[in-house]
Design a protein around this ligand. Structure first.
Ligand code: SAH
Ligand code: SF4
Length: 380
Protein backbone atom coordinates (compact mmCIF):
# COMPACT_ATOMS: atom_id res chain seq x y z
CA UNK A 1 0.00 0.00 0.00
CA UNK A 2 1.44 3.36 -1.00
CA UNK A 3 -0.02 6.24 0.97
CA UNK A 4 -1.46 9.09 -1.10
CA UNK A 5 -0.15 11.81 1.23
CA UNK A 6 3.47 11.56 2.06
CA UNK A 7 3.92 14.80 3.99
CA UNK A 8 1.63 14.10 6.87
CA UNK A 9 2.90 13.68 10.39
CA UNK A 10 0.83 11.85 12.92
CA UNK A 11 -1.02 14.40 15.04
CA UNK A 12 -3.76 14.35 17.61
CA UNK A 13 -7.13 15.36 16.22
CA UNK A 14 -8.75 18.25 18.06
CA UNK A 15 -12.43 18.88 18.49
CA UNK A 16 -13.30 22.41 19.70
CA UNK A 17 -17.00 21.60 19.71
CA UNK A 18 -16.43 19.01 22.42
CA UNK A 19 -14.43 21.38 24.58
CA UNK A 20 -17.28 23.88 24.47
CA UNK A 21 -19.81 21.45 25.97
CA UNK A 22 -20.65 22.42 29.55
CA UNK A 23 -19.53 20.04 32.24
CA UNK A 24 -16.87 18.25 30.18
CA UNK A 25 -13.38 19.21 31.23
CA UNK A 26 -10.88 19.50 28.38
CA UNK A 27 -8.50 16.57 28.28
CA UNK A 28 -5.11 17.38 29.79
CA UNK A 29 -2.38 17.79 27.16
CA UNK A 30 -0.53 14.53 26.62
CA UNK A 31 3.00 14.43 27.99
CA UNK A 32 5.77 15.25 25.52
CA UNK A 33 9.28 13.96 25.22
CA UNK A 34 11.94 16.51 26.13
CA UNK A 35 13.94 14.97 23.26
CA UNK A 36 11.18 16.08 20.87
CA UNK A 37 11.84 19.74 21.66
CA UNK A 38 14.26 21.81 19.63
CA UNK A 39 16.54 24.21 21.48
CA UNK A 40 14.24 27.20 20.91
CA UNK A 41 11.25 25.21 22.18
CA UNK A 42 13.09 24.37 25.39
CA UNK A 43 13.80 28.07 25.84
CA UNK A 44 10.10 28.83 25.25
CA UNK A 45 9.00 26.23 27.80
CA UNK A 46 11.34 27.63 30.42
CA UNK A 47 10.23 31.20 29.73
CA UNK A 48 6.58 30.16 29.96
CA UNK A 49 7.32 28.86 33.45
CA UNK A 50 9.13 32.11 34.37
CA UNK A 51 12.53 30.40 34.33
CA UNK A 52 15.31 32.25 32.55
CA UNK A 53 15.84 30.86 29.02
CA UNK A 54 19.59 30.82 29.50
CA UNK A 55 19.18 27.58 31.50
CA UNK A 56 18.19 25.89 28.22
CA UNK A 57 21.87 25.39 27.35
CA UNK A 58 22.58 23.23 30.38
CA UNK A 59 19.43 21.18 29.82
CA UNK A 60 20.14 20.69 26.11
CA UNK A 61 23.69 19.60 26.91
CA UNK A 62 22.49 17.08 29.48
CA UNK A 63 19.89 15.67 27.07
CA UNK A 64 21.80 15.57 23.81
CA UNK A 65 25.52 15.91 24.51
CA UNK A 66 25.72 13.81 27.67
CA UNK A 67 22.70 11.59 26.96
CA UNK A 68 21.75 11.79 30.63
CA UNK A 69 18.88 9.45 31.53
CA UNK A 70 18.29 10.75 35.04
CA UNK A 71 18.20 14.53 35.19
CA UNK A 72 17.88 14.54 38.98
CA UNK A 73 21.53 13.47 39.09
CA UNK A 74 22.67 16.81 37.66
CA UNK A 75 23.85 18.45 40.85
CA UNK A 76 25.29 21.41 38.99
CA UNK A 77 21.93 22.47 37.52
CA UNK A 78 20.80 25.84 38.82
CA UNK A 79 18.07 25.81 41.51
CA UNK A 80 15.40 27.32 39.16
CA UNK A 81 16.13 24.65 36.53
CA UNK A 82 16.04 21.89 39.16
CA UNK A 83 12.68 23.20 40.40
CA UNK A 84 11.29 23.29 36.85
CA UNK A 85 12.50 19.74 36.17
CA UNK A 86 11.03 18.52 39.45
CA UNK A 87 7.65 20.06 38.58
CA UNK A 88 7.58 19.17 34.89
CA UNK A 89 9.42 15.90 34.17
CA UNK A 90 8.31 12.44 35.20
CA UNK A 91 5.33 10.13 35.24
CA UNK A 92 2.02 12.05 35.02
CA UNK A 93 3.87 15.32 34.38
CA UNK A 94 4.17 17.47 31.26
CA UNK A 95 7.41 15.91 29.96
CA UNK A 96 9.28 12.62 29.89
CA UNK A 97 12.63 11.45 28.53
CA UNK A 98 12.89 9.06 25.61
CA UNK A 99 14.78 6.08 26.98
CA UNK A 100 13.68 2.94 25.15
CA UNK A 101 14.13 -0.39 26.88
CA UNK A 102 16.34 -3.07 25.33
CA UNK A 103 14.19 -6.19 24.93
CA UNK A 104 16.55 -8.22 22.78
CA UNK A 105 20.17 -7.98 21.83
CA UNK A 106 22.42 -10.02 19.59
CA UNK A 107 26.06 -9.86 18.57
CA UNK A 108 27.65 -11.11 15.37
CA UNK A 109 30.19 -13.88 15.85
CA UNK A 110 33.03 -11.49 15.00
CA UNK A 111 31.73 -9.14 17.72
CA UNK A 112 31.67 -6.19 15.32
CA UNK A 113 27.92 -5.85 14.96
CA UNK A 114 25.48 -5.45 17.81
CA UNK A 115 21.83 -5.35 17.15
CA UNK A 116 19.20 -4.14 19.61
CA UNK A 117 15.46 -4.51 19.69
CA UNK A 118 14.18 -1.49 21.59
CA UNK A 119 10.72 -1.18 23.12
CA UNK A 120 9.07 2.23 22.88
CA UNK A 121 6.63 3.72 25.40
CA UNK A 122 3.59 2.40 23.53
CA UNK A 123 5.02 -1.14 23.43
CA UNK A 124 6.08 -1.02 19.77
CA UNK A 125 9.55 -2.38 18.99
CA UNK A 126 12.21 -1.05 16.64
CA UNK A 127 15.70 -2.10 15.66
CA UNK A 128 18.95 -0.23 16.12
CA UNK A 129 22.32 -1.56 15.04
CA UNK A 130 25.84 -0.57 16.06
CA UNK A 131 28.45 -1.59 13.50
CA UNK A 132 32.19 -1.32 13.93
CA UNK A 133 34.55 -1.99 11.06
CA UNK A 134 37.57 -0.37 9.44
CA UNK A 135 38.10 1.41 12.76
CA UNK A 136 34.82 3.32 12.36
CA UNK A 137 31.67 2.92 14.35
CA UNK A 138 28.33 3.50 12.69
CA UNK A 139 24.84 3.51 14.13
CA UNK A 140 22.01 2.31 11.92
CA UNK A 141 18.65 3.58 13.15
CA UNK A 142 14.96 3.13 12.36
CA UNK A 143 12.68 5.99 11.34
CA UNK A 144 9.30 4.22 11.49
CA UNK A 145 7.70 1.21 13.12
CA UNK A 146 7.21 -1.02 10.06
CA UNK A 147 7.11 0.53 6.60
CA UNK A 148 4.39 1.38 4.08
CA UNK A 149 6.54 0.84 0.99
CA UNK A 150 6.17 -2.93 0.76
CA UNK A 151 9.46 -3.87 -0.95
CA UNK A 152 9.01 -7.61 -1.40
CA UNK A 153 12.48 -8.67 -0.22
CA UNK A 154 12.44 -6.59 2.97
CA UNK A 155 11.38 -7.94 6.37
CA UNK A 156 10.14 -4.49 7.45
CA UNK A 157 8.14 -4.11 4.25
CA UNK A 158 6.59 -7.53 4.87
CA UNK A 159 5.45 -6.25 8.28
CA UNK A 160 3.46 -3.28 6.92
CA UNK A 161 3.26 0.23 8.32
CA UNK A 162 2.53 0.81 12.00
CA UNK A 163 3.53 4.41 12.76
CA UNK A 164 6.09 7.16 12.32
CA UNK A 165 8.78 7.65 14.94
CA UNK A 166 8.97 10.97 16.78
CA UNK A 167 12.26 12.93 16.64
CA UNK A 168 13.00 11.91 20.24
CA UNK A 169 12.61 8.23 19.37
CA UNK A 170 15.16 8.60 16.55
CA UNK A 171 17.59 10.58 18.74
CA UNK A 172 17.24 8.04 21.57
CA UNK A 173 18.47 5.24 19.29
CA UNK A 174 21.67 7.14 18.53
CA UNK A 175 22.16 7.90 22.22
CA UNK A 176 21.70 4.22 22.99
CA UNK A 177 24.27 3.16 20.38
CA UNK A 178 26.71 5.75 21.72
CA UNK A 179 26.20 4.56 25.29
CA UNK A 180 26.98 0.97 24.25
CA UNK A 181 30.09 2.10 22.38
CA UNK A 182 31.29 4.01 25.45
CA UNK A 183 31.22 0.70 27.34
CA UNK A 184 32.68 -1.58 24.64
CA UNK A 185 35.20 0.88 23.16
CA UNK A 186 35.69 3.77 25.62
CA UNK A 187 38.39 5.25 23.38
CA UNK A 188 36.14 5.45 20.31
CA UNK A 189 33.56 8.02 19.20
CA UNK A 190 30.40 7.30 17.32
CA UNK A 191 31.14 9.17 14.11
CA UNK A 192 28.75 7.82 11.52
CA UNK A 193 25.02 7.39 11.19
CA UNK A 194 22.93 5.68 8.53
CA UNK A 195 19.14 5.83 8.33
CA UNK A 196 18.83 2.30 7.05
CA UNK A 197 16.94 0.57 9.83
CA UNK A 198 13.20 0.01 9.79
CA UNK A 199 11.12 2.47 7.80
CA UNK A 200 11.35 5.01 5.03
CA UNK A 201 13.00 8.24 6.26
CA UNK A 202 11.50 10.52 3.61
CA UNK A 203 7.99 9.31 4.47
CA UNK A 204 8.62 10.82 7.92
CA UNK A 205 10.48 13.88 6.63
CA UNK A 206 9.82 16.49 9.33
CA UNK A 207 10.56 14.26 12.31
CA UNK A 208 13.68 12.88 10.66
CA UNK A 209 15.04 16.35 9.86
CA UNK A 210 14.32 17.62 13.37
CA UNK A 211 16.14 14.59 14.81
CA UNK A 212 19.11 15.09 12.48
CA UNK A 213 19.34 18.77 13.48
CA UNK A 214 19.89 17.67 17.09
CA UNK A 215 22.13 14.72 16.21
CA UNK A 216 24.44 16.83 14.03
CA UNK A 217 24.48 19.81 16.42
CA UNK A 218 27.99 20.52 17.75
CA UNK A 219 26.40 21.08 21.16
CA UNK A 220 24.52 17.79 20.87
CA UNK A 221 25.59 14.33 19.71
CA UNK A 222 27.83 16.05 17.16
CA UNK A 223 27.92 13.57 14.27
CA UNK A 224 29.07 15.61 11.26
CA UNK A 225 26.35 16.04 8.60
CA UNK A 226 28.63 14.60 5.91
CA UNK A 227 28.81 11.40 8.00
CA UNK A 228 25.04 11.00 8.08
CA UNK A 229 23.41 9.02 5.26
CA UNK A 230 19.71 9.05 4.49
CA UNK A 231 18.62 6.04 2.46
CA UNK A 232 15.37 6.32 0.54
CA UNK A 233 13.24 3.93 -1.48
CA UNK A 234 12.87 6.77 -4.01
CA UNK A 235 10.26 9.25 -2.79
CA UNK A 236 10.67 11.90 -5.46
CA UNK A 237 9.16 14.93 -3.63
CA UNK A 238 11.29 14.08 -0.59
CA UNK A 239 14.50 13.99 -2.66
CA UNK A 240 13.66 17.35 -4.25
CA UNK A 241 12.80 18.81 -0.85
CA UNK A 242 16.14 17.65 0.58
CA UNK A 243 17.89 19.52 -2.23
CA UNK A 244 15.69 22.63 -1.97
CA UNK A 245 16.14 22.75 1.83
CA UNK A 246 19.93 22.41 1.32
CA UNK A 247 20.12 19.63 3.87
CA UNK A 248 23.82 18.78 4.25
CA UNK A 249 23.45 15.00 4.59
CA UNK A 250 24.44 12.21 2.20
CA UNK A 251 21.69 10.73 0.09
CA UNK A 252 21.44 7.06 -0.87
CA UNK A 253 18.71 5.93 -3.27
CA UNK A 254 17.59 2.30 -3.35
CA UNK A 255 17.20 1.57 -7.07
CA UNK A 256 17.31 -2.23 -7.42
CA UNK A 257 15.89 -2.28 -10.97
CA UNK A 258 17.14 -1.05 -14.36
CA UNK A 259 13.75 -1.19 -16.13
CA UNK A 260 10.28 -0.30 -14.91
CA UNK A 261 9.33 -4.00 -14.92
CA UNK A 262 12.44 -5.14 -13.06
CA UNK A 263 11.94 -2.48 -10.38
CA UNK A 264 8.16 -2.82 -10.13
CA UNK A 265 8.50 -6.54 -9.40
CA UNK A 266 10.52 -5.71 -6.28
CA UNK A 267 9.30 -2.28 -5.21
CA UNK A 268 5.62 -1.30 -5.37
CA UNK A 269 6.63 2.36 -4.84
CA UNK A 270 7.65 2.43 -8.50
CA UNK A 271 3.94 2.62 -9.43
CA UNK A 272 3.86 6.03 -7.77
CA UNK A 273 7.23 7.41 -8.95
CA UNK A 274 8.63 5.56 -11.91
CA UNK A 275 12.27 5.04 -12.76
CA UNK A 276 12.50 8.00 -15.13
CA UNK A 277 10.96 10.40 -12.57
CA UNK A 278 13.29 9.04 -9.89
CA UNK A 279 16.42 9.39 -12.00
CA UNK A 280 15.38 12.92 -13.01
CA UNK A 281 15.05 13.76 -9.30
CA UNK A 282 18.52 12.29 -8.65
CA UNK A 283 19.97 14.47 -11.40
CA UNK A 284 18.23 17.57 -10.05
CA UNK A 285 19.53 16.73 -6.57
CA UNK A 286 23.07 16.39 -7.96
CA UNK A 287 22.83 19.68 -9.84
CA UNK A 288 21.40 21.68 -6.93
CA UNK A 289 23.63 20.27 -4.20
CA UNK A 290 26.78 19.48 -6.17
CA UNK A 291 26.98 16.30 -4.11
CA UNK A 292 27.58 12.71 -5.10
CA UNK A 293 24.60 10.43 -4.83
CA UNK A 294 24.81 6.85 -3.56
CA UNK A 295 22.85 4.18 -5.39
CA UNK A 296 21.89 1.11 -3.34
CA UNK A 297 21.48 -2.13 -5.24
CA UNK A 298 20.40 -5.32 -3.47
CA UNK A 299 21.57 -8.16 -5.70
CA UNK A 300 18.99 -10.91 -6.16
CA UNK A 301 19.72 -13.98 -8.28
CA UNK A 302 17.91 -13.92 -11.61
CA UNK A 303 16.02 -10.73 -10.78
CA UNK A 304 18.48 -7.87 -11.12
CA UNK A 305 21.99 -9.31 -11.41
CA UNK A 306 22.47 -10.03 -15.13
CA UNK A 307 25.23 -8.49 -17.31
CA UNK A 308 22.47 -6.78 -19.35
CA UNK A 309 21.05 -5.19 -16.19
CA UNK A 310 24.51 -3.97 -15.15
CA UNK A 311 24.99 -2.40 -18.58
CA UNK A 312 21.53 -0.76 -18.49
CA UNK A 313 22.23 0.60 -15.01
CA UNK A 314 25.49 2.14 -16.21
CA UNK A 315 23.60 3.78 -19.12
CA UNK A 316 20.85 5.07 -16.81
CA UNK A 317 23.40 6.69 -14.50
CA UNK A 318 25.51 8.13 -17.32
CA UNK A 319 26.77 11.61 -16.43
CA UNK A 320 25.59 11.41 -12.81
CA UNK A 321 28.16 11.65 -9.98
CA UNK A 322 27.12 8.35 -8.45
CA UNK A 323 28.68 5.69 -6.24
CA UNK A 324 27.00 2.30 -6.38
CA UNK A 325 26.74 0.17 -3.23
CA UNK A 326 25.99 -3.47 -3.93
CA UNK A 327 24.16 -5.23 -1.09
CA UNK A 328 24.04 -9.03 -0.89
CA UNK A 329 20.43 -10.13 -0.30
CA UNK A 330 19.68 -11.13 3.29
CA UNK A 331 17.18 -13.97 3.10
CA UNK A 332 13.75 -13.24 4.64
CA UNK A 333 10.94 -15.71 5.24
CA UNK A 334 8.44 -13.74 3.13
CA UNK A 335 10.51 -13.73 -0.06
CA UNK A 336 11.65 -16.72 -2.09
CA UNK A 337 14.51 -14.88 -3.87
CA UNK A 338 18.11 -15.85 -3.22
CA UNK A 339 21.41 -13.99 -3.03
CA UNK A 340 23.23 -13.47 -6.31
CA UNK A 341 26.50 -15.14 -7.14
CA UNK A 342 27.13 -12.78 -10.06
CA UNK A 343 28.00 -9.76 -7.92
CA UNK A 344 31.63 -9.43 -8.98
CA UNK A 345 30.84 -9.46 -12.69
CA UNK A 346 28.10 -6.88 -12.02
CA UNK A 347 30.59 -4.74 -10.13
CA UNK A 348 33.20 -4.98 -12.90
CA UNK A 349 30.72 -3.77 -15.54
CA UNK A 350 29.89 -0.68 -13.50
CA UNK A 351 33.52 0.02 -12.71
CA UNK A 352 34.43 -0.33 -16.39
CA UNK A 353 31.78 2.32 -17.11
CA UNK A 354 33.62 4.64 -14.70
CA UNK A 355 31.50 4.33 -11.56
CA UNK A 356 32.91 3.67 -8.11
CA UNK A 357 31.14 0.48 -7.08
CA UNK A 358 31.64 -1.32 -3.77
CA UNK A 359 30.00 -4.06 -1.75
CA UNK A 360 28.30 -3.11 1.47
CA UNK A 361 29.87 -5.40 4.01
CA UNK A 362 27.79 -8.38 4.85
CA UNK A 363 28.25 -7.72 8.54
CA UNK A 364 26.12 -9.46 11.03
CA UNK A 365 24.08 -11.72 8.82
CA UNK A 366 24.43 -14.25 11.64
CA UNK A 367 22.53 -11.89 13.93
CA UNK A 368 19.79 -11.35 11.37
CA UNK A 369 21.05 -7.81 10.89
CA UNK A 370 18.99 -7.23 7.77
CA UNK A 371 16.38 -4.53 8.05
CA UNK A 372 13.48 -5.67 10.23
CA UNK A 373 14.74 -9.20 10.72
CA UNK A 374 15.30 -9.25 14.47
CA UNK A 375 11.79 -7.99 15.05
CA UNK A 376 10.37 -10.59 12.64
CA UNK A 377 12.33 -13.41 14.22
CA UNK A 378 11.08 -12.42 17.66
CA UNK A 379 7.50 -12.14 16.45
CA UNK A 380 7.62 -15.79 15.52
N1 SAH B 1 13.63 2.58 3.49
C1 SAH B 1 14.93 2.96 3.13
C2 SAH B 1 15.96 2.67 4.20
C3 SAH B 1 15.84 1.37 4.94
S1 SAH B 1 16.25 -0.08 4.04
C4 SAH B 1 15.33 2.32 1.80
O1 SAH B 1 14.62 1.44 1.35
O2 SAH B 1 16.32 2.74 1.24
C5 SAH B 1 18.00 0.09 3.78
C6 SAH B 1 18.54 -0.69 2.60
O3 SAH B 1 18.45 -2.11 2.87
C7 SAH B 1 17.77 -0.46 1.31
O4 SAH B 1 18.66 -0.26 0.23
C8 SAH B 1 16.99 -1.74 1.14
O5 SAH B 1 16.64 -1.98 -0.18
C9 SAH B 1 17.94 -2.75 1.72
N2 SAH B 1 17.33 -4.02 2.13
C10 SAH B 1 16.14 -4.20 2.73
N3 SAH B 1 15.90 -5.51 2.96
C11 SAH B 1 16.99 -6.18 2.49
C12 SAH B 1 17.36 -7.55 2.42
N4 SAH B 1 16.55 -8.50 2.88
N5 SAH B 1 18.55 -7.87 1.89
C13 SAH B 1 19.37 -6.89 1.43
N6 SAH B 1 19.09 -5.59 1.44
C14 SAH B 1 17.89 -5.22 1.97
FE1 SF4 C 1 10.57 0.15 3.54
FE2 SF4 C 1 13.15 0.41 2.82
FE3 SF4 C 1 12.12 -1.98 3.53
FE4 SF4 C 1 11.41 -0.87 1.22
S1 SF4 C 1 13.47 -1.57 1.79
S2 SF4 C 1 10.03 -1.83 2.69
S3 SF4 C 1 11.35 1.26 1.79
S4 SF4 C 1 12.35 -0.22 4.83
Amino acid sequence: MIPKTLHHQSSESCCPARDEQPGIAPAPPSPRSLHDLGFAEIEDELRAASVSAHHAKALWRALHHDGELDLTRRDHFSPPLKRWLHASVGEDKAFFLDAPEVVDESHSSDGLTRKFLLRLRDGQAIETVLMGYDGRHTACVSTQVGCAMGCVFCATGQMGFVRHLRPGEIIAQVLHARRVLQVTHPDRRLRNLVLMGMGEPLHNYDSVMQALDAISSVRGINIGPSRISISTVGIVPGILRLAADARPYRLAVSLHGSTEAERAALMPVSARWDLSALLAACRTYGTITGRRIFIEWTLIAGRNDSPATAKRLADLLHGLDAHINLIPLNPTSGFAGTASTAGHAFQRTLQAAGFPCTFRQRRGIDVAAGCGQLQTARGK
